[in-house]
Design a protein around this ligand. Structure first.
Ligand SMILES: NC(=O)c1ccc[n+]([C@@H]2O[C@H](COP(=O)([O-])OP(=O)(O)OC[C@H]3O[C@@H](n4cnc5c(N)ncnc54)[C@H](OP(=O)(O)O)[C@@H]3O)[C@@H](O)[C@H]2O)c1
Length: 332
């Protein structure tokens, strides 16, 4: 394999601080040291990949860089007793695609501690329909359940519901038996959202309160929020007593303004969700739940499968908030 090269999507920073995208042949030796060399078969697009491709230094410090926080493929070389050539595996999160060469390429090399055996009941492709988005939705559902927010507890709100995390959260919650209220800025996608399983659809504006009230009527017992900013502060004010919101994303804003009243008068919680750095035991448990009780029978309608060559166009769309469902990237 010495001197072997592989195709990779690369973002470069120019001398004037602009970020340019191209495909190059990289030597395998350019990959970071790691225990497991994986031939990538599928990846999937996440908002974070868009930010990395746009030059967000909070995500990727150094360029040139290959984004792609998710990868599914086959082990080609392994220094770890836990994996052997031919094993089907997935890698999501940790530093993959952030400051470690990511899944938008034919190969990745990573520490064995990042690698998850492909769950039973899944193919490499189907695992990447879920990817970080589905894994994050799964963590959020699990966190709500830890607080005893169960299907019979009341309504659950999901914001950004046509996006990657949003669509999978709506579908997985519905599969688990929850009554899901989905908010979206895409009224033309209501059939899509209903097919995910949502019982009610509301507009983004309905989750953006402009009054200065510290508390609003209780509307939801739980929520999964991809938006942040005014949307998250509105949710906090609108949670039922002992309700909880999982704060996942910031597509609207990274700011949060709130008073303490929802916390001290209704006992509500904001649960921070970071999907990148989860312990392996929890990772395996969440993937087991995704591949069993939350596995979606009707899923292909959310998938847009593209080849690696099309990734740049898809990145532009996700950065504009225009993606619907999941973009699965076919690497070979
Ligand atoms: N915490 C974690 O570990 C973790 C993991 C994965 C993702 N994330 C974060 O979660 C968020 C969603 O990620 P994703 O990959 O699912 O992105 P995505 O596919 O682009 O979905 C985001 C959705 O949010 C809505 N939206 C977009 N711009 C908006 C705006 N300005 N105001 C309000 N709503 C807007 C849109 O849905 P509608 O049109 O239906 O409203 C859009 O489809 C991102 O911020 C991402 O960084 C965090």
């Amino acid at each position: 394999m010495q001197n072997q090269t592989f195709k990779a999507f690369v973002v470069e920073e120019t001398a004037v601080g602009k970020f340019e995208r191209k495909f190059i042949q990289k030597p395998l030796d350019s990959l970071p040291a790691g225990d497991v060399l994986i031939r990538v078969h599928y990846s999937t697009l996440n908002y974070k990949d868009g930010l990395s491709a746009r030059g967000h230094k909070g995500i990727t410090r150094k360029y040139p860089h290959t984004p792609g926080v998710d990868a599914a493929g086959i082990v080609e070389q392994s220094d770890s007793p836990d994996f052997k050539p031919g094993d089907e595996v997935i890698v999501t999160g940790f530093d993959l695609g952030m400051n470690t060469s990511g899944g938008f390429a034919e190969y990745i090399r990573v520490p064995a501690g990042w690698v998850v055996p492909l769950p039973k009941n899944m193919t490499l492709r189907s695992s990447m329909i879920y990817g970080t988005a589905g894994f994050t939705a799964g963590i959020a559902i699990n966190e709500l359940q830890k607080r005893n927010i169960m299907p019979d507890s009341g309504k659950i709100l999901v914001t950004g519901s046509t996006g990657g995390v949003g669509s999978l959260a709506v579908a997985m919650l519905s599969k688990a038996g929850y009554y899901v209220v989905a908010s979206s800025g895409k009224p033309e996608k209501s059939d899509f959202i209903k097919r995910l399983g949502a019982k009610e659809i509301i507009s983004r504006e309905e989750v953006r309160d402009s009054s200065q009230k510290a508390l609003l009527s209780a509307r939801w017992v739980g929520a999964i929020d991809n938006v942040g900013g005014d949307t998250l502060s509105t949710i906090v004010k609108s949670l039922a007593p002992w309700g909880a919101v999982c704060s996942i994303g910031l597509v609207g804003s990274d700011k949060l303004e709130t008073t303490v009243y929802p916390f001290i008068l209704r006992g509500v919680s904001i649960i921070g969700v970071d999907s990148a750095e989860r312990k392996m035991s929890e990772r395996l448990m969440i993937w087991k739940r995704i591949s069993n009780e939350w596995l979606l029978d009707d899923i292909e309608f959310i998938v847009k499968e593209v080849s690696l060559d099309a990734i740049s166009d898809e990145i532009d769309i996700i950065l504009l908030g225009g993606q619907v469902g999941k973009v699965v990237v076919r690497i070979e």
